[in-house]
Design a protein around this ligand. Structure first.
Ligand code: PMT
Length: 402
């Protein structure tokens, strides 16, 4: 993911320096070129040799050491950096940068870089909450420096509160995300995902096999590309993507109401959910009992639920509305009918009877059909890849409209 990216990691003097070892190792596993600059004091916590061994690069500490090459180190590292990550970042380094102090190799390099600088603070809770530190961070944020929030927990100094350096995996994810093309910044995108359920009685309901994976990947990807995302989700076991506003619903009518509440503020509606088309006409207040002596049958009358995407597709003014079609036969024919009937901008058709496609799987096999009838087939792809393709298409339509 970080292939050919130059990540300069600045390690400052905090006990969390030991966590930076894992961080460097994880960045390397993402195929980044990692170079480490340590402050003199940081070397008292972890040896430069540890970082050198993991990063497979020399570790820089001393500004005035014999030059290893003819470049001025703080300039060459500053220029080389695609991202500059300071982890752990002490109150001291934050304060120095906020006040323009450049008195060692790390601070001079940060000052000289035009790359994105990300701090992962780690310090005692009281220090972290100190208005001076908070003020320094606010000031730096205003200048475009970024901060990865520390975790809350028991710290090495035995205090409880914020100040624990974010987990390495989350920091790596943050770095990966920083390379995202933020081409959907400020776009308001509404995504639906998962199944709906319709109760029969207090203990039973009907539903379908949707896991929510497809819709969640779309929401996650749109958020990473800078969109403001509202995700309306039926019941799933998935963790909501970070940064996305999530609204949980059960029934199709609840999903309809949630879409109605947000539709008029959004520019794009993507309906990846699989809402139930029918619900039992009567929901029993009590558990439905077996009745001895009667026929071995239970007849339940079902009535139609609203077709959410058709309703809003036909109401849309300037919005882009994208639907899915889950079919088991005549994929293109049925998808084309839905595209027209629901007044969609395009439809993502998947034959859910095929291996690796549709419900529950991590992959999907889709065909996208445009309003003008263009049909594009894709091979089996990870649902994240499918999400990217859908959002690229959405982006094209947004561009056409503006
Ligand atoms: O959730 P996963 O396990 O990852 O599976 C993904 C998926 C198979 C659910 C997804 O790829 C998909 O195909 N979603 C649409 C499922 C569906 O309901 O298809 P449909 O052909 O019955 O409906 C067509 C469109 O109308 C869909 O956009 C659907 O969201 C929408 N619809 C359907 C019924 C209804 N009452 N209201 C709707 O808005």
């Amino acid at each position: 993911m970080l292939k050919d990216k130059n990540i300069i990691v600045g390690v400052t003097a905090g006990i969390a320096a030991y966590k930076a070892v894992d961080l460097v190792s994880r960045l390397k596993k993402q195929n980044a070129n990692v170079e480490v600059i340590m402050t003199e004091n940081a070397t008292k916590f972890v040896s430069p040799l540890t970082f050198q061994t993991l990063a497979l690069n020399p570790v820089y500490v001393d500004m005035f050491k014999e030059p290893r090459n003819y470049d001025v180190e703080h300039i060459s590292l500053a220029e080389k950096a695609d991202v500059f990550l300071i982890a752990p970042a002490t109150a001291n380094i934050i304060g120095k940068i906020a006040n323009g102090i450049a008195d060692d190799l790390l601070t001079t390099t940060i000052m000289a870089t035009k790359a994105k600088v990300i701090f992962a603070p780690a310090m005692n809770t009281n220090m972290y909450l100190n208005p001076i530190v908070q003020g320094n961070m606010d000031y730096l944020k205003g200048l475009g420096y970024e901060f990865i929030k520390p975790g809350i927990g028991i710290l090495a100094c035995q205090t409880y509160g914020p100040g624990r350096m974010a987990e390495s995996a989350d920091i790596v994810e943050y770095v990966i995300d920083s390379f995202y093309d933020k081409d959907l910044v400020g776009r308001k995108i509404l995504v639906t995902a998962g199944p709906t359920i319709e109760p029969l009685d207090p203990v039973r309901y009907i539903t379908n096999h949707s896991s929510g994976k497809m819709g969640y990947k779309i929401a996650e990807e749109a958020n990473k590309r800078g969109a403001d995302v509202v995700l309306i989700s039926g019941p799933t076991n998935l963790e909501p993507p970070t940064g996305v506003e999530i609204i949980k619903v059960n029934t199709t009518r609840e999903m309809f109401n949630a879409v109605e509440e947000h539709f008029y503020q959004c520019e794009v509606l993507i309906k990846a959910a699989a809402p139930l088309d029918y619900r039992p006409e009567v929901v029993s207040n009590e558990k439905i009992k077996k009745k001895d002596g009667e026929k071995d049958e239970l007849n339940i009358k079902y009535i139609r639920n609203p077709d959410i995407v058709a309703h809003f597709g036909n109401l849309k003014k300037n919005q882009i509305v994208v639907g899915f079609a889950a079919e088991t036969n005549n994929l293109i024919e049925h998808a084309k009918e839905k595209l027209a009937k629901k007044n969609l901008d395009f439809i993502v058709a998947n034959d859910v009877s095929k291996d690796g496609a549709g419900f529950k799987t991590d992959t999907n096999l889709v065909t996208i059909i445009d309003k003008d009838g263009m049909v594009t087939d894709y091979p089996i792809l990870d649902k994240l890849q499918v999400a990217k393709i859908i959002l690229n298409k959405v982006k094209e339509l947004i561009n056409d409209k503006s």
